[in-house]
Design a protein around this ligand. Structure first.
Ligand code: CP
Length: 303
């Protein structure tokens, strides 16, 4: 595997994460540069995306690079039966770096085994979304002034939500206290709770999203129920509206609280929250541009 790929958030040490955050702050101050002049990046999206793909493509364009790729795998030769291996090998002939989203867990890791150019995982099934995690960390650091010792409440689909899995792993370095709010069907998987216990990270689990939790939170990380991961839509219907954050629920929350959401939201954050200064999800998505500029430049060894 190329050392500069980013497949899992664990590919970055704590020092590397902090370095990327610092680089991202530099890109936020100056997003238009020529660092990627002469470079071609391929964005291969086998699953739908708005923010991740467009922020990556904007990041590349603003740094003077070129983008090739597809946003809809049905327009690629994978529909003719071409294997992922062959697709990655072909695209490696044309591009300097591949940014890929795939519905199969482990697809990005597999891609690193069949090419020498850097692979950036833009989401693989319910597994990992490490670039989202980096922008989440950037957003947390920017709004809280620190990453250490924060009370982080994760709400919703903690089973299939890859963003919470990656974020949990990254925060292992920063002594958080976690609150996992999910129904029985969508609990944080045991492997992640085991990682918390092994690292002496306290966590609390509840199916109730009530004032006791909201009033002590520094960050509330809302998530969408991942309809596309359910094999039985009757099960999805049972849980789809369990957690909806309304503005009145924030009345007694801490001043420093910020509401994050990787987006897209369906109805888990009421629109009356949008104008609350504690709502940060749109700014969070904007931060993705700077963080992805940092990740690509770092992966190509240019910064
Ligand atoms: N947060 C995120 O991954 O959004 P998209 O699915 O729109 O890329």
């Amino acid at each position: 595997m190329s050392y500069s790929s980013l497949v899992s958030i664990t590919d970055y040490s704590k020092e590397q994460m902090l370095h990327i955050l610092k680089l991202a702050a530099g890109f936020e101050a100056n997003p238009n540069q020529d660092i990627l002049q002469g470079k071609v990046a391929a964005t291969l999206f086998f699953e739908p995306s708005t923010r991740t793909r467009l922020s990556f493509e904007t990041a590349i364009n603003r740094l003077g690079g070129r983008v090739i790729g597809f946003s809809d795998a049905s327009t690629s030769s994978s529909t003719k039966g071409e294997t992922l291996k062959d697709t990655i090998k072909m695209v490696s002939n044309y591009a300097d770096i591949i940014i890929m989203r795939h519905f199969l867990e482990g697809a990005a890791r597999y891609a690193t085994e069949v090419t020498d150019i850097p692979i950036i995982n833009a989401g693989d099934g319910a597994n990992q979304h490490p670039t989202q995690t980096m922008l989440d960390l950037y957003s947390i650091q920017k709004t809280q002034g620190r990453l250490d010792k924060l009370k982080i409440v994760m709400v919703g689909d903690l089973k299939y939500g890859r963003t919470v899995h990656s974020l949990l792993m990254a925060l292992m370095h920063f002594s958080p206290t976690f609150y996992f709010i999910a129904p029985e069907e969508l609990l944080m998987p045991n492997e992640y709770k085991l990682i918390c216990r092994e690292n002496n990270i306290p966590y609390y689990e509840d199916s109730v999203f009530g004032p006791e939790v909201i009033e002590q939170a520094d960050i509330i990380y809302m998530t969408r129920i991942q309809k596309e991961r359910f094999t039985d839509l009757v099960e999805y219907e049972k849980v789809k509206n369990l957690y909806i954050l309304h503005n009145y629920m924030l009345n007694d929350s801490k001043n420093n609280l910020r509401i994050l959401h990787p987006l897209p939201r369906v109805n888990e954050i009421s629109q009356d929250v949008d104008d609350n200064p504690k709502a940060y999800y749109f700014e969070q998505a904007r931060n993705g541009l700077y963080v992805r500029q940092a990740i690509i430049s770092h992966a190509l060894g240019l910064v």
